[in-house]
Design a binder for this molecule. Structure first.
Ligand code: SDX
Length: 428
């Protein structure tokens, strides 16, 4: 294989070095292109552009492969726990028992939040979308921990911020949720595990402590694991570019929450349920909605279908589809929405429009159905995605800062008005 590509421009020939990764992905290094040729590349939406070299997550969209630090998602989902996956993504290795215990101890030291968070929450209308509340509370952490604003702190102090984020996000989410329901806040309990503690803080009331069904705990743990990282997606790229300005980790994560909120990204799981509900209310006429999705004049898209990278099954959707069957069977749930989802999938996967465009169910197609079955309110679905994605965002931000990557600043091709003189108001 050649070490470079040859570019012929205006009678000159230039060599672009070829970068090959450990999984034999190849890229052209264009870091000196403008300086040597006066040209830039243009790739709206970055469909063909790599932003970095990373060791965290590998995915192959054609083969439907996803690995965290080399470990296949199928093995991770079956054998690991969300907290172990968080450690793996952030620190690069599976932890020993002692390391995992210490990680959990550090988290328990930090999972209480400042009581003034309640004061901040009273400023939000009860029906505020929880993603807006979450990004505000994450940003507000810079007020409680101003030392996090120092971009040149020691790695140990940065790690304290990492622990605080992993520890405090579930508590802030639970406080925001209970407040939106007019209920008292529940506090973390050091006797409990990470996911069990979160579910109890969310759903216990003063009158009734929430009993965590092991099936629900395992399903929530698996949903968090499957959402933990996904290389340079929209929200992760946002976290990296905000962090590249040496903004604090809190500011970078809050930006990631806002990017994830979009219905084409992490907001899709909420839209999937709204779409399935709409189909159910319209007599379950799946064909009508498939036709709407195919109509280029109709803005309707099949939410939970298609992916920028996966042109085969999203391996996470495959795992979640099995998990949905198990949860529904064990909890004795008979929700027509699952049947509609499966019918929609069957019809779409045989339809030329979807086959030709390689549109398959993605992670959001089944995650919403499971979260609905275990009692997560629909508006909280993207928030669950945020809790799951947090370790990945942190790992990517940490890698970018440790590699001392430059501030992200793409170029453009200007296509506006050429130079012209100002026209005084009375002459217009
Ligand atoms: C996530 O990037 C990640 O890794 C994201 C994620 C993660 O873990 O971080 O995996 C999480 O965001 C999953 C995706 C969740 N979003 C949805 O489910 C929303 C529905 N999906 C689409 O909006 C779309 O598929 C995207 C946004 C996911 C991907 O869009 P692309 O890659 O920009 O593709 P495109 O919009 O250029 O579409 C290509 C063609 C178009 O048709 P033509 O112009 O060729 O005729 O496919 C069509 C699109 O109209 N198309 C769809 C469709 N998705 C694409 N048509 C109907 N329904 C859809 N869902």
């Amino acid at each position: 294989m050649s070490d470079y590509a040859e570019l012929n421009l205006d009678g000159n020939s230039y060599q672009l070095p070829i970068i090959e990764g450990t999984e034999h992905e190849k890229g052209l290094d264009i870091s000196k292109l403008r300086a040597t040729t006066g040209h830039i590349t243009v790739d709206t939406g970055f469909k063909n552009t790599g932003s970095t070299q990373s060791s965290i997550t590998f995915l192959d969209g054609e083969k439907g492969i996803l690995r965290y630090r080399g470990y296949p998602i199928e093995q991770i989902a079956e054998k690991s726990s969300f907290l172990e996956v968080a450690y793996l993504l952030i620190y690069g290795q599976l932890p020993s028992q002692a390391e995992l215990d210490q990680f959990m101890t550090s988290i328990k030291e930090e999972w209480l939040v400042h009581e003034d968070i309640k004061t901040i929450l009273t400023g939000f209308p009860a029906d505020s979308h929880p993603m807006g509340v979450l990004s505000s509370l994450v940003t507000a952490q810079t007020a409680f921990f101003p030392e996090s604003l120092d971009p040149y702190r020691s790695a140990e102090k940065v790690n304290r911020t990492i622990i605080r984020l992993i520890a405090k996000m579930p508590t802030m989410v639970a406080w925001a949720y209970t407040r939106s329901k007019g209920r008292m806040s529940n506090y973390p309990n050091n006797e409990l595990g990470y996911v069990e503690n979160f579910l109890k803080m969310m759903f216990s009331t003063r009158a009734q402590e929430y009993e965590v069904d092991p099936i629900i705990k395992d399903a929530m743990d698996k949903i968090f694991i499957l959402h933990a990282d996904h290389e340079q997606n929209c929200s992760t790229s946002t976290v990296r570019i905000v962090g590249s300005s040496h903004a604090s980790l809190y500011a970078s994560i809050a930006a990631g929450v806002n990017a994830l909120w979009g219905p084409l990204h992490g907001g899709a799981n909420q839209k999937v349920i709204e779409m399935l509900s709409h189909i159910e209310e319209n007599g379950g006429d799946v064909g009508k909605f498939i036709d709407k999705a195919k109509d280029s004049d109709d803005p309707f898209r099949l939410m939970g279908f298609g992916h920028r990278v996966y042109k085969n099954f999203d391996p996470r959707a495959t795992i979640l589809k099995k998990s949905a069957d198990q949860v529904f069977e064990k909890l004795q749930i008979d929700d027509p929405m699952l049947d509609i989802a499966k019918h929609l999938e069957d019809v779409a996967l045989k339809d030329e429009y979807f086959v030709k465009r390689k549109l398959y169910p993605n992670v959001d197609f089944y995650s919403g159905i499971i979260m609905k079955a275990i009692g997560i309110p629909i508006e909280m679905f993207p928030v669950m995605f945020s809790i799951g994605r947090l370790p990945g965002w942190i790992a990517q931000w940490k890698e970018m800062r440790e590699h001392q990557e430059p501030i992200g600043r793409p170029r453009q091709i200007y296509v506006g008005a050429t130079e012209r003189d100002y026209v005084p108001l009375d002459k217009r």
